[in-house]
Design a protein around this ligand. Structure first.
Ligand code: F6R
Length: 608
């Protein structure tokens, strides 16, 4: 949560800071601010709400200075007001922060007892005060940072400016990501390489506990013990073009439409089409034959990808899967051992609960695998084996292409496990890989349902509630459909296993309740149709999301339908995600909500 940026430039940096913050707005967007040093003295501008408010404020009264820091906020401590917006200044120090300083209350007391005055309700402001107090005692900026960092508990990425120091920017990371960008006579700090993509592709990723001293001519990195260390410079594959909207109205629309391509990219990394087999880098470290079980943990949409994978691993590899949402798993004290393969799924690779679950599992001796979209992320770096999704940067806050790429990776892992455990013969494995290779084309054809979905979305935008139903792998998709609708359109929606309906939720059904039933024509289609009849008998308005075979089935005659092409049941969870995403997207567009940045959300949830 929160995006931070710092620039040591050669000309005025305010507009560059703003540009970088636009790329970080996905991390939080309830207030924003920048501070520069104008002839050695702080100039600061902060605004409540979206970045455009800060942009307008800067348009009215620009600020100068060739060094500066910036922040876009997702509030944790203190309401999203101007006073709580970053940068926070105390005396000769200005700070922007991503994360939570857990011991801020005791630090606040100490500052107040020493005669300091805190102006905001944030945890961040204490950092500026502690640093300023060190400076007042005569410490140089670097010494001040070395003294204060060990006193901060919790998670943080910081960028710090010191008044009078025109060629000095200090950054620090613990639990929150921070990247250093190398320019020509310029240096940058950012929450991720995306923020820095217009300026440079030469990136140094700081390790956990590192802090860095930047001048225009270079950098010096220190570890948590304040010892100087070397960190490599790598070339980032994120280009500025990848993070533009192109001709689309929203990032989410662009990302939905990119799915045929990115599913294809991901597949080509995991299967050898010529040999019709899975070919997975790093998989040799997983001994599927002796494995006791797989333990999956993730949050939100990534968790639903894990739920689908449970069906796949159990069916195709006869491998037991235990799965839980990471915020529960991390505190459950689940017994684990070195016979467990613990798999963590995360688009950002920074989700705090998922990371904590990973660390718990590691401490228990499990082998750690990670399905991640950001290869430099903390989760990717702490895993024993990484299975990257090749979705490219996902900017829309609601996850779309990352989800289908997660599913794509997970299905190949399940098929590989099936072969390794000899539950699938080489022939069956090859057939399934062949079926999977149709996914990009099927995704393209699924997009053709968009005009029909747009029509339905208009009606849905008037409904106060909605239900999503599915059986088997369609149950997690029902959960995903409800989540997408809730987060984008703010319409209350629930996803249920279709068979569970009669155990309570059926009481909700009346003629005002739209019910979306996800049911390709598979082995359990008839069962789901029976559940639909139960809804129809109570006046519920059913919309069936099915394939051609399902649409042709006489039992579905007269129902409203979204029809996709026929497909192998193995790929259906990947492809049926698309209509569900489009439905939520178009409903939100009709309702006029902020599709790419829904209220109260952030893309990267780096706090508990
Ligand atoms: C919903 C959504 C979230 C994320 C969740 C996990 O559309 O995007 O539910 O899936 O916050 O995030 P990652 O995958 O970054 O760990």
């Amino acid at each position: 949560m929160c995006g931070i940026v710092g620039i040591l430039g050669r000309q005025d940096v305010a507009l560059q800071l703003l540009d970088a913050l636009k790329r970080l707005e996905y991390r939080g967007y309830d207030s924003a601010g920048i501070a520069t040093l104008d002839q050695g003295v702080f100039a600061r501008k902060r605004a409540e709400g979206k970045l455009r408010n800060l942009e307008a404020a800067l348009g009215e009264a620009p600020i100068r200075g060739s060094i500066g820091i910036g922040h876009t906020r997702w509030a944790t401590h203190g309401a999203p007001t101007v006073l709580n917006a970053h940068p926070h200044v105390a005396g000769r120090v200005a700070v922007v922060h991503n994360g939570i300083i857990e011991n801020f209350l005791e630090l606040r007391e100490e500052i107040v007892a020493a005669g300091g005055t805190l102006l905001s309700d944030t945890d961040t402001e204490v950092v500026a005060h502690l640093l300023d107090a060190e400076r007042a005692r005569g410490a140089r900026p670097k010494e001040a940072v070395a003294a204060v960092l060990p006193r901060l508990r919790g998670a943080f990425a910081l960028a710090i400016l010191f008044e009078g120091e025109e060629d000095l920017l200090i950054g620090a990371r613990k639990g929150s990501p921070l990247a250093v960008g190398h320019g020509d006579g310029e240096m940058y700090l950012g929450s991720d390489a995306i923020a820095l993509s217009p300026f440079t592709d030469r990136i140094t990723y700081l390790e956990e506990g590192d802090w860095v001293v930047l001048t225009r001519s270079g950098l010096q990195v220190f570890d948590a013990a304040n010892a100087a260390v070397l960190r490599p410079v790598s070339k980032s594959s994120v280009t500025a073009a990848l993070v533009e909207k192109g001709n689309y109205r929203h990032f989410m629309a662009k990302e939905i439409h990119e799915q045929p391509e990115v599913i294809g990219h991901t597949l080509s990394r995991y299967i050898d089409l010529g040999k019709r087999t899975t070919e997975i880098q790093g998989i040799e470290s997983v001994d599927f034959q002796s494995l006791g079980r797989i333990v999956i943990s993730a949050c939100g949409t990534a968790y639903y990808a894990g739920l689908v994978a449970k069906y796949w691993f159990e069916k195709y590899a006869r491998l037991p899967v235990e799965i839980d949402i990471a915020s529960e798993f991390r505190y459950r004290e689940t017994p684990m051992s070195d016979r467990d393969f613990a798999l963590f799924i995360s688009q950002s690779g920074e989700t705090a609960d998922t990371l904590a679950s990973l660390r718990y599992s590691k401490a228990q001796g499990a082998l750690i695998g990670a399905v991640v979209n950001v290869p430099e992320s903390t989760i990717a770096r702490e895993a024993d084996v990484v299975f990257p999704t090749i979705a490219g940067p996902e900017i829309g806050v609601a996850s779309t292409k990352a989800f289908t790429c997660q599913l794509t990776v997970l299905v190949t892992l399940a098929l590989h496990a099936g072969l390794a455990r000899r539950h699938l013969s080489a022939e069956a494995h090859a057939d399934l890989v062949g079926a999977l290779s149709a996914a990009p084309n099927l995704a393209l054809r699924a997009l053709q349902a968009e005009p029909a979905i747009e029509g339905l979305a208009q009606a849905l935008s008037k409904a106060p509630n909605a239900l999503y139903l599915g059986r088997g792998t369609n149950f997690p998709l029902a959960l995903e459909g409800a989540l997408k609708l809730k987060e984008l359109s703010y319409i209350h929606a629930e996803g249920y296993a279709a068979g569970e309906l009669k155990h309570g939720p059926i009481a909700l059904i009346d003629e005002t309740m739209p019910v979306f039933v996800i049911a390709p024509h598979d082995a359990i289609f008839e069962k789901t149709v029976s559940n639909m009849q139960e809804v129809a008998a109570r006046g519920g308005r059913i919309v069936l999301i099915t394939d051609e075979a399902g649409a042709d089935n006489p039992a579905t005659a007269g129902m409203e339908k979204i029809v996709l092409p026929d497909m192998h049941e193995l790929v259906a969870p990947i492809i049926f995600a698309l209509p569900v995403q489009m439905l939520a997207y178009h409903t939100a567009v009709f309702m006029g909500t902020d599709v790419d940045q829904p209220r109260n959300l952030a893309k990267s949830v780096t706090v508990e």
